[in-house]
Design a protein around this ligand. Structure first.
Ligand code: DX5
Ligand code: ZN
Length: 216
């Protein structure tokens, strides 16, 4: 299981130190939650902070940017320039932006392309795009804030997506994000998830390495 600590839960006074603390504690990826105050009810940070994190960590560190923003197509070049390895956009922007074109542009830009789905959105919305994504992110909270409770019903989506990739011989990763700690990790794994985002349960743990180990 890949574990991706969310920088949203780190001590923002020392972002660079916190990024390296997570990597030294065994994080596989670092998850960067980008929020624009419109797509979600919170504002976090943008491409310049992502670039600063890139510059703070070893060159082989894998940076996973989760764009909770209205116009990921418009801002995409800036996140590519900031050196993100995975860039995830939300399926809820269908009809406002061309998801297929944006996913293709992420890949052309040299990153992997992720597609996220909120708890309230039916999983069928993803079906036209499953061949275009390197990763599907199943949100297990309403995005916007760390520290919320895990919504167990989204595990049905993970099971469905796991079955789809077997049936259709697809190879996307399944990531889950929100309210995940050592208690939820086994449920996620049994449902078919490959990568877990964890904010509070990693950065705020008394022993981050132990928390990551127990989720892996
Ligand atoms: C929610 C974010 C999550 C969040 C996870 O909007 O996408 O990545 O920070 O934090 P925890 O693990 O605290 O729920
Ligand atoms: Zn996230």
């Amino acid at each position: 299981m890949l574990i991706a600590p969310s920088m949203l839960a780190c001590d923002f006074r020392h972002i660079s130190r916190e990024a390296n603390r997570a990597l030294q504690a065994g994080a596989d990826w670092l998850h960067l939650d980008v929020m624009d105050g419109s797509f979600v009810d919170n504002i976090s940070f943008g491409p310049d902070i992502c670039a600063a994190i890139r510059a703070s960590v070893p060159a082989d560190a894998y940076l996973d940017a989760h764009l909770m923003i209205d116009a990921p197509d418009h801002y995409l070049p800036r996140f590519l320039k900031a050196g993100m390895n995975m860039i995830t956009i939300h399926v809820e922007r269908e009809g406002h932006i061309d998801l297929r074109t944006t996913l293709a542009a992420i890949r052309t830009g040299g990153a992997q392309a992720g597609l996220a789905i909120n708890p309230a959105t039916p999983v069928s919305k993803l079906l036209p795009y499953l061949t275009e994504a390197d990763m599907i992110l199943v949100m297990s909270v309403v995005p916007g804030f760390g520290g919320q409770s895990f919504m167990e019903h989204v595990l049905d989506k993970v099971r469905f997506l796991d079955a789809q990739r077997t049936q259709r011989d697809l190879h996307y990763l399944i990531q889950m994000d929100g309210g995940i700690g050592p208690r939820q990790a086994p449920l996620c794994r049994q449902a078919g998830a490959d990568c877990l985002v964890a904010g509070s349960s990693t950065f705020k743990a008394p022993d981050m390495a132990a928390a990551i180990r127990s989720m892996k």
